[in-house]
Design a protein around this ligand. Structure first.
Ligand SMILES: Nc1nc2c([nH]c(=O)n2[C@@H]2O[C@H](COP(=O)(O)OP(=O)(O)OP(=O)(O)O)[C@@H](O)[C@H]2O)c(=O)[nH]1
Ligand SMILES: [Mg+2]
Length: 315
């Protein structure tokens, strides 16, 4: 059987406070009926993704979108078809959305999304919706006090909401102590903390998840943490991205986009190769390696979730 290829534009429409997204329920008589979805539909011939998005959201919800940014592109094999979901984030629109085709629509809090049943292709989209545009990787600091004041500055002034605790120079007990203190601070700001450490450390510190070095990633046979925790990994090429998919990582960093003082020996990917690898990944990807906050829009334009960095948040 030759599978149909279906190209779909869909939207994560955010409430004005950014804490809720709009879901629609597929009518029970259609394909995947009864499941919740991000509103949208198939591209008509010669339409771009954005044109299709505007048309579909008007047809299905009666709203007019002013602006949208790419969120994630997810290829997925269904038994009868190959779909490419081109998902956009929408923060500005006119009109009050309602189920114009009789379908149920509902605003759902980001923490509540996992209580809804979605089509099989949607897991990476849910991850992308829940993740922020910036991923802070902490710098080596000898003292906890100085470390915590810099972390607090990034959480407060920069509004960082996702933090990776990377501290190669600390022994386990010092790492655990810093992790506890960082976790308390992250909780105060509603941020998530991932441990760049042996996944077993989650039994000792109840952080939000674990970040795997590419070396650790390649040794694992299966996902080392429960589904309720976050799992990210450092990747540099296709083989590592494939392994990240195989063991069920929720998102990755992909580096180095540019050369950096911390890893001068590594050959940079550049934007072109980076974009191709992001398309291949099919999960949220943070661009890493010489990134500044000014690069965030460009990173998103080529399909990334956003940027990851040590230097641009650590002052
Ligand atoms: N809109 C949307 N479609 C999704 C999502 N997840 C997912 O797998 N799909 C799949 O993508 C395809 C979208 O087709 P659709 O039926 O919405 O297309 P459409 O609005 O143009 O409908 P029509 O062709 O009946 O007029 C379906 O096969 C659907 O199962 C999602 O979150 N939103
Ligand atoms: Mg539709």
């Amino acid at each position: 059987m030759i599978k149909r290829r279906v190209h779909v534009a869909a939207a994560a429409i955010f409430s004005s406070d950014g804490q809720e997204v709009l879901l629609a329920r597929r009518p029970s008589i259609v394909d995947q009926g009864g499941l919740w979805e991000f509103p949208g539909g198939k591209l008509a011939p010669y339409e771009t993704g954005f044109e299709a998005l505007k048309r579909e959201l008007h047809e299905e919800l009666g709203i007019t979108i002013k602006r949208a940014q790419p969120l994630i592109r997810v290829p997925h094999e269904y038994p009868d078809k190959h779909v490419l979901l081109d998902v956009w984030q929408v923060h500005e629109f006119e009109g009050e959305p309602y189920g114009r085709e009789g379908q149920a629509v509902r605003w759902v809090g980001l923490d509540d999304l996992f209580n809804y049943a979605f089509p099989a292709a949607n897991l990476p989209i849910l991850r992308a919706v829940m993740l922020p545009p910036e991923y802070l990787i902490s710098a080596e600091e000898e003292e906890d006090t100085r470390f915590l004041s810099r972390l607090e500055r990034a959480l407060g002034e920069d509004g960082v909401r996702l933090v990776q605790l990377r501290a190669k120079t600390l022994d386990e007990s010092a790492y655990l102590e810093r992790a506890e203190k960082s976790l308390a601070l992250c909780r105060d700001y509603g941020a998530r903390l991932l441990l760049n450490a042996d996944p077993g450390l989650l039994d000792k510190v109840d952080a939000h998840g674990v970040h795997l070095t590419s070396e650790r990633l390649m040794t694992l046979e299966r996902r080392p943490v429960a589904q309720g925790k976050w799992l990210s990994a450092s990747t540099h090429d296709r083989v590592q991205l494939e392994q990240a998919t195989r063991i069920g990582c929720d998102f990755v960093t992909l580096s180095p986009l540019r050369t950096t003082p911390t890893h001068p020996e590594a050959a940079p990917l550049g934007w072109h190769d980076f974009q191709q690898l992001v398309e291949y990944a099919g999960m949220p990807v943070y661009a890493l390696g010489g990134m500044t906050r000014e690069d965030a829009n460009r990173a998103r334009a080529v399909g990334a979730q956003g940027i990851a960095s040590i230097r641009c948040f650590w002052r």
